[in-house]
Design a binder for this molecule. Structure first.
Ligand SMILES: Cc1cc2nc3c(=O)[nH]c(=O)nc-3n(C[C@H](O)[C@H](O)[C@H](O)COP(=O)(O)OP(=O)(O)OC[C@H]3O[C@@H](n4cnc5c(N)ncnc54)[C@H](O)[C@@H]3O)c2cc1C
Length: 324
């Protein structure tokens, strides 16, 4: 009897993880992984600054999904079947130990993404996953419960070929152009238009860029018209603003920001842990405690001094004004 053929489209983290598990669970099947480029797991290599942030030490799925800007419902289902604990165990069983950083991020103890790549490649070899690089799937057609895949090969046997599969899994990752998903769209699936995410703010001509190199933490970034703000470290760059608070904001507000044509206001709270009332009381208290001092001569909130001076200037407060 001919072996069941399962074809995985895409040689990234998702494709590999599926391929090796499908091969392990279904020893009778032939697993074929197709990758259009000549590189495997290339994003895993650069992930987490080359260290690969494998998972996060959050063991409550309801809490975990709150960290994803979209798809929480679907992810909750997925995590209920394969949790953070399962991920840790999966790698541990294959000799890859993870360690947890103070903020909950989990990396291989080697702090090297190559450890994760080696683990996945080793599994694929052990379970005889057939890997084909330089092989792009350009069309999928369903015929009598089977799939005919139109593939375009590069290299010596270049050109168009057809491959038949009993089951397929599409793990082709993200792409900035919607047209990249046409081969899936043609099968009847609905594709959500891709928009940029995890980007920094480009603010040409904005005076804040005078503070380039300065960072402050925590800062709350809000986009008027969107629900929540994002808090974290903020870095001023020579083009605008960056850092986790900005990157997270761009991810959570990705669709709103796209709709504005990337012309939008951002509201920053440099002291997000203090309510306005508290802040006013603090300043009044400060006036009592401190002798008369020039306001620009010290920063009362542990804000970087340059930022404090900038904020005074923006608020129209003279540097030389006395606290009382
Ligand atoms: C700089 C950076 C750092 C990151 N750091 C982290 C991190 O620390 N932790 C974390 O969890 N995530 C991180 N990410 C995100 C993470 O890398 C991705 O979410 C993850 O790699 C996506 O895996 P994937 O398999 O879905 O897609 P991809 O890795 O994009 O793989 C998809 C593959 O499919 C191939 N393909 C596409 N279309 C076809 C086709 N038609 N036929 C054949 N092949 C096709 C592509 O060439 C590609 O190799 C980071 C991303 C970047 C860019």
């Amino acid at each position: 009897m001919k072996k069941q053929q399962i074809v995985i489209i895409g040689g990234g983290a998702a494709g590999f993880f599926t391929a090796v598990n499908a091969a392990r669970i279904n020893l009778q099947a032939e697993i074929i992984l197709l990758e259009k480029s000549n590189k495997l797991l290339s994003k895993v290599r650069v992930s987490g600054g080359g260290r690969c942030n494998v998972t996060h030490a959050c063991f409550d799925n309801a809490e975990l999904v709150k960290n994803y800007p979209r798809g929480g419902k679907e992810l909750r289902q997925a995590f209920s079947r394969f949790s953070v604990n399962d991920t840790i165990r999966w790698f541990e069983e294959r000799g890859v130990e993870l360690h947890t950083e103070n903020d909950g991020r989990m990396f291989p103890v080697t702090n090297n993404s190559q450890t994760i790549i080696d683990c996945l490649l080793h599994e694929a070899e052990q379970y005889k996953v057939r890997i084909r690089t330089g092989c792009e799937v350009t069309g999928i057609e369903k015929v009598n419960n089977k799939f005919n895949l139109l593939v375009s090969l590069s290299g010596d046997e270049g050109g168009e070929h057809t491959l038949t599969a009993d089951n397929i899994l599409v793990a082709c990752g993200g792409h900035p152009k919607s047209a990249a998903y046409d081969f899936i769209r043609k099968t009847g699936h609905t594709i959500v238009e891709p928009v940029p995410s995890l980007f920094t703010f480009n603010m040409p001509g904005n005076k804040i860029t005078q503070l380039m190199g300065l960072s402050s933490e925590p800062v709350l970034v809000r986009i008027p018209g969107t629900k929540e703000g994002q808090e974290g470290a903020l870095l001023i760059t020579h083009w605008g603003m960056s850092g986790p608070a900005v990157l997270k904001t761009s991810a959570w507000a990705a669709r709103t920001l796209y709709d504005t044509g990337y012309k939008f206001d951002a509201r920053l709270s440099w002291l997000p842990k203090m309510k306005e009332e508290e802040l006013r009381d603090f300043l009044s208290g400060l006036r009592e405690q401190e002798g008369p001092k020039q306001v620009a001569s010290f920063s009362p909130f542990h804000l970087p001094r340059r930022l404090w001076e900038f904020l005074l200037q923006k608020s129209g407060i003279e540097r030389t004004i006395l606290t009382r």
